[in-house]
Design a protein around this ligand. Structure first.
Ligand SMILES: *Cc1c(COP(=O)(O)O)cnc(C)c1O
Length: 397
């Protein structure tokens, strides 16, 4: 074994790849001057909510996504709650969804009055497995809806999921928090199912500070959501149903609008960085990336490694430790998966998804952001390449 200290992983005394540390994400406002001007005009207007900036954001988003209706909301979670309410979720009826998603997918179903019923993820890309969703729907007692998440921005198997939802007679709702800019077989994500709900919170690809956006082809749903985000108020304060305050403020809309300019270029850049990482780590045993199908576009909200711990020599947890020594931050998105979280222990589904459990144990998300340069992503990849041959020593067995 070599004793060249430059080649040693930092965890074994080598020089750290990033002595100053590399965070998981770095949020940098694009074109600050344009944003300040926009914020100035919001302040000048004297109208901080229910103004024209939100309308402008909705128009810009609808154009980018190529959808007839886009409704801005305060965040993705609230948007999902309101869409599920509109879809008839309630009375504790089951809402079938992946266990491999962010907790907010399940929380939204809960707050809409439904009960999460979890299904497996696909081995290839960790999006919802349509066949398992069909099996779970078939055994569910009066299921109310099917939800799916474009995990990391990887488009779901939308064609098959729609067939599955139609066969079960339930609406299909997408948690598209990661998917603003993703494309499935030439069609932008946002065009599928009953509605798709995007997040514009700071860890996502399109950012409003806090914010969400519902895309739909259903004019009636879009109209309802405009009331729903305003307490259910149609304008005369004689509310139609129990809504929320889920409005996006004008200030947030200004930030969001600023972020949408140049979004497709930033998504393309992220894809190029991931390709660079893939090329630099190709051939490492037991390592693959969560990638979209050939021809599809992912936003790569996250750059997630999937580790076969036996072949790679280290578990995701141990690799995270070794990367921390290099100064590289990482997260286990999504571990624990939602069906294993304490919030849903009472549902008794903790043992229901063995494949998802295995996949969740294998994931490790490493830093990626839209302004990252190729040299940085190569240095992250080099650190992983440097660590792997020392797996046995790092394990200490
Ligand atoms: C971030 C996230 C959400 C929640 O989005 P908010 O805008 O913060 O409410 C929902 N689902 C997924 C998959 C997410 O990653």
């Amino acid at each position: 074994m070599t004793t060249d200290t430059h080649a040693l992983p930092a965890a074994l005394g080598g020089t750290p790849a990033f002595p100053d540390g590399l965070p998981l994400t770095r949020v940098r406002v694009p074109d600050r001057a344009a944003l300040l001007e926009r914020l100035g005009s919001v302040l000048d207007s004297g109208q901080l909510t229910n103004g024209r900036t939100v309308a402008e954001l909705e128009e810009a988003a609808a154009k980018l996504l190529d959808v007839p209706h886009a409704v801005a909301v305060s965040n993705c979670t609230a948007g999902l709650m309101l869409v599920l309410q509109a879809a008839g979720v309630g009375d504790g009826r089951p809402v079938v969804m992946p266990g491999f998603t962010f907790s907010a997918t399940a929380h939204a179903a809960h707050w809409a009055g439904g009960t999460p019923l979890f299904a497996e993820a696909r081995e290839q890309d960790v999006t919802l497995d349509p066949e398992d969703a069909a099996a779970v729907l078939a055994t569910a007692d009066r299921p109310a809806a099917l939800m799916a998440t474009h995990v990391y921005g990887t488009p779901c198997q939308v064609e098959r999921l729609q067939e599955v939802a139609d066969a079960a007679g339930v609406p299909l709702v997408y948690d598209s928090a990661h998917g603003f800019g993703s494309v499935r077989r030439g069609v932008p994500v946002g065009n599928f199912g009953y509605a798709e709900v995007f997040s514009m919170s700071p860890t996502k690809v399109a950012v409003a500070g806090e914010g969400g956006l519902v895309a739909t082809h259903d004019a009636e749903l879009a109209q309802r959501l405009r009331h729903a985000r305003d307490y259910g108020n149609p304008g005369d304060y004689d509310t139609l149903f129990p809504g929320l305050n889920a409005r996006m403020s004008e200030l947030h809309a200004a930030v969001g609008l600023n972020w949408l300019a140049g979004l497709p270029e930033r998504v393309a850049h992220r894809g190029a960085l991931v390709a660079e990482f893939g090329a630099a780590t190709a051939g490492l045993p037991g390592l693959r990336l969560a990638l979209p199908e050939a021809g599809d576009t992912s936003t790569f909200k996250d750059l997630t490694l999937m580790l076969d711990a036996d072949a790679f020599g280290l578990s995701a947890l141990r690799l995270a430790d070794a990367l921390r020594a290099e100064g590289i931050d990482s997260r286990r998105y999504f571990h624990p998966p939602v069906h294993r979280q304490r919030a849903y222990a009472h549902l008794g589904q903790a043992e229901a998804l063995p494949r998802t459990d295995r996949l969740a144990a294998s994931v490790l998300t490493v830093p990626l952001w839209s302004q990252m340069d190729a040299a940085t992503v190569r240095r992250i990849a080099d650190a992983v390449v440097r660590i792997q041959p020392y797996a046995e020593r790092l394990r200490g067995d």
